[in-house]
Design a protein around this ligand. Structure first.
Ligand code: ADP
Length: 473
């Protein structure tokens, strides 16, 4: 009973029943109140009045000029279930079978109906909460004195009469229509509730699978819009969890692999020192140097990894100051000048603007530029060149490091910003594959972007875009 489908069916059925009851009630009220009913009652009253007057005129002695007792009218009222009254020409009510209009001095029947003298008239009057349909016919008495015969029936008929009338007229068709609508409604509600419940059940089964560690599940996006949305969100979530787990596994594998190489080397050289294999001062010096370099590399790697983790956890705070990026570029160019010359490369400062002040974390930006410059030196053959350029726009400040190096194959371009990614050419080198991923984290924290354009054999262009006037914190 607690199932969504059952609940939906019960709710739909309840709504249909309530609607049906409401519709039949409104329909019945409309029928009871139908002006048709009033017209029929007036017609009946007029016919009755005409026949009473005909009888009176045919037998004038039945209705003497003065009515001492009004037995005849009493009789008519009783037999024909109608209120009968008689008024004279000056509109005084002489007799009323309801015993109100003739006795109550403050009840002026005529002022309520405002009839024209000598004419037949009809209308409604309210009396003690009841509405009376009233007709009055001029009825000359035996001595030709103008009088009015008044007949009245209450508009609100007793409830029993109404119910009988309803039963005889609309009840059966209403019940039949109700039964058809109810059946159709229940069929419709079953199909609607199934279309909602079935895909929901599938999402729930898939969620169960995820909770049991199976992330390769996906739900078919079918059904109402909201369910499709839910299924899509679920699939995206499952894909993201799977990707994140994969990244986590890759990370552990990469760290293990990247630590193993220097560790093996350190172990080997340390062993050589211990067992005396490295017995010459020269070979001892070489062993100690290798141990030192490899441990430095490991330290750098663990430091960068820690930094990356902090960036991703949002734990790194930028220390922003106004920095002239042109001056910074010149400073870094000077720093790498010797290294560039030693590598047989040419450094070009490409028509730099005089000044380009942006709010940045100076040390972090140096870290990014140094990584780009040292990569450019590493991956460019002697005789090549490294160009630094900068442009300033209304909202952005842009800096580029362009080299004429080996370039990056198209399929590698989307991956070079990933942690531990190292291109084929650099596998043998000393790089950790973490430089560009930390660079991207730093630039993203500044609300900027870092991108690359590269052609194999022609060179690469790394471009940093930083917003000029937004505060990155
Ligand atoms: P690494 O420390 O190994 O250089 P990076 O994250 O800085 O790590 O770079 C990742 C990879 O991107 C490198 O291994 C290399 O394949 C490629 N790469 C980066 N810069 C250049 C460049 N200027 N020219 C060619 N390839 C590059």
């Amino acid at each position: 009973m607690n199932k969504l489908q059952n609940r939906l069916i019960i709710s739909f059925t309840f709504i249909i029943l309530v609607t049906l009851c409401g519709v039949s009630t409104i329909f019945s009220i409309l029928i009871i109140r139908l002006p048709q009913q009033e017209r029929i009652t007036f017609l009946e009253l007029n016919t009755q009045a005409r026949s009473i007057i005909a009888v009176i005129q045919r037998f004038p002695n039945l209705l003497p000029a003065r009515f001492p007792r009004f037995q005849l009218l009493d009789e008519i009222s009783g037999r024909q279930d109608v209120r009968v009254a008689l008024a004279d020409a000056d509109r005084t009510v002489l007799y009323d079978s309801g015993h109100v209009w003739d006795t109550s001095s403050d009840f002026d029947l005529f002022s309520r109906l405002s009839p024209t003298v000598g004419e037949r008239w009809s209308g409604q009057i309210r009396e003690e909460g009841r509405t009376w349909l009233v007709v009055a016919h001029p009825a000359p008495d035996a001595s030709s004195v103008q009088q009015y015969l008044i007949l009245a029936k209450p508009l609100n008929r007793p409830i029993r009469t109404i119910l009988i009338q309803l039963r005889d007229t609309v009840a059966v068709p209403l019940l039949q229509a109700g039964a058809i609508v109810l059946t159709l409604g229940i069929i419709l509600s079953i199909s609607i509730s199934r279309s909602i419940a079935r895909p929901l059940r599938k999402v729930s089964q898939a969620t169960d699978a995820v909770s049991r560690g199976r992330y390769d599940v996906s739900v078919e996006a079918k059904g109402p819009e909201e369910i499709i949305q839910l299924a899509r969100s679920f699939n995206t979530m499952a894909e993201k969890i799977q990707a994140s787990l994969q990244a986590q596994n890759d990370l552990v594998a990469n760290v293990a692999h990247d630590l193993r190489t220097p560790l093996t080397s350190i172990q080997g050289y340390a062993q050589a020192l211990i067992d005396g294999t490295a017995n010459h001062p020269e070979s001892r010096h070489q062993a100690a140097l290798t141990i030192f370099e490899e441990s430095c590399r490991m330290e750098k790697m663990t430091k960068t990894l820690l930094e990356l983790a902090k960036f991703q956890a949002g734990e790194i705070t930028l220390h922003l100051t106004d920095v002239d990026l042109i001056q910074l570029l010149r400073e870094r160019a000077a720093f790498f000048q010797k290294q560039i010359e030693d590598a047989g490369l040419k450094l070009i400062l490409d028509d730099l603007p005089a000044f380009m002040s942006v709010q940045v974390d100076r040390e972090r930006l140096i870290q990014v530029l140094d990584n780009l410059l040292s990569n450019a030196i590493t991956y460019t053959q002697p005789e090549g060149s490294i160009t630094l350029s900068a442009t300033i726009q209304e909202t952005w400040a842009t800096m580029s490091v362009i080299d004429t190096g080996c370039g990056i194959p198209k399929e590698e371009v989307p991956r070079i910003f990933e942690r531990f990614y190292r291109g084929d050419r650099s596998r043998q080198g000393t790089g950790t594959g973490l430089g560009l991923s930390i660079a991207r984290e730093i630039i993203t924290a500044h609300h900027g972007t870092i991108d690359v354009e590269s052609v194999v054999g022609v060179g690469s262009k790394f471009t940093i875009k930083l917003p000029r006037d937004t505060n990155p914190q």
